[in-house]
Design a protein around this ligand. Structure first.
Ligand code: MD3
Ligand code: FE
Length: 216
């Protein structure tokens, strides 16, 4: 039987429904690859990737930074969006117009019209890095989707349900894939398995993930 999600052979569908309101748009970001990477370099120069600490006192293995009007942060005091980068005391770098328009276009392709992102969390995975099952609940309006863009090494994404113990679906996410998470899926548990080592032609030994959000 053919693999519904892992198939990138010629003729494979570019649009796959992963769950209620969750749509995978394979290779959707590829035409914008160069400009995306240039914009990321600029953001990271102003707000470098850093490993944040959870409220429980653990350093996350994923390194993170942000751009936009607010950035997702965690420290001993909790998870929240902040207008300033705690590392510099300065506002996060602005959300590039390309991020905003790519997120709006992908959301519309998935059936969510008028999406206006105001924040972007950038995650960097190195071999061995994982993200345990969690929900994204720090945004104000859960009626708005989250748009995720995967770049670099492929990762195995875990997609569960409303309950932490719900059965999880495994979905490989590759360079250029965009997933739009809205509707009931917006609050589903999800995570990423430990990144396998590899060498991506443009990004080397890493995976970057952008999540575009309406946080405020
Ligand atoms: C499903 N990032 O930043 S992107 C996150 O690959 C996060 O870095 C993962 O989970 C990553 O919070 C997964 C896909 C994703 C993002 C947000 C979601 C899936 C989601 C929100 C709700 C449901
Ligand atoms: Fe998440």
């Amino acid at each position: 039987m053919q693999d519904l999600f892992g198939d990138d052979a010629a003729g494979a569908p570019r649009r796959v429904t992963l769950g209620p309101g969750a749509v995978l748009l394979r290779a959707r970001a590829l035409p914008d690859e160069r400009q995306l990477l240039a914009a990321i370099d600029e953001i990271v120069a102003a707000a470098p990737f850093r490993r944040m600490v959870t409220p429980g006192g653990f350093e996350m293995s994923v390194a993170m930074t942000n751009c936009g009007a607010a950035g997702w942060t965690t420290d001993r005091h909790g998870y929240r969006y902040t207008p300033l980068d705690p590392a510099s005391g300065q506002p996060w770098p602005p959300l590039p117009g390309l991020f905003w328009s790519l997120a709006r276009g992908a959301a519309a392709d998935a059936g969510y019209h008028g999406f206006a992102a105001d924040a972007c969390l950038l995650n960097r995975y190195e071999p061995g890095t994982r993200l345990s099952l969690h929900q994204d609940r720090n945004e104000r309006d859960f009626s708005q989707p989250i748009v995720s863009v995967s770049l670099g090494l492929p990762a195995m994404f875990l997609f569960g349900g409303n309950k932490r113990n719900d059965k999880t679906l495994r979905v490989p996410l590759r360079h250029g894939d965009i997933v739009v998470w809205g509707g009931p899926s917006r609050l589903f548990h999800h995570g990423v398995l430990a990144l396998k080592d590899g060498d991506h032609p443009t990004l080397g030994r890493q995976r970057l993930n952008l999540t575009l959000r309406k946080a405020l």
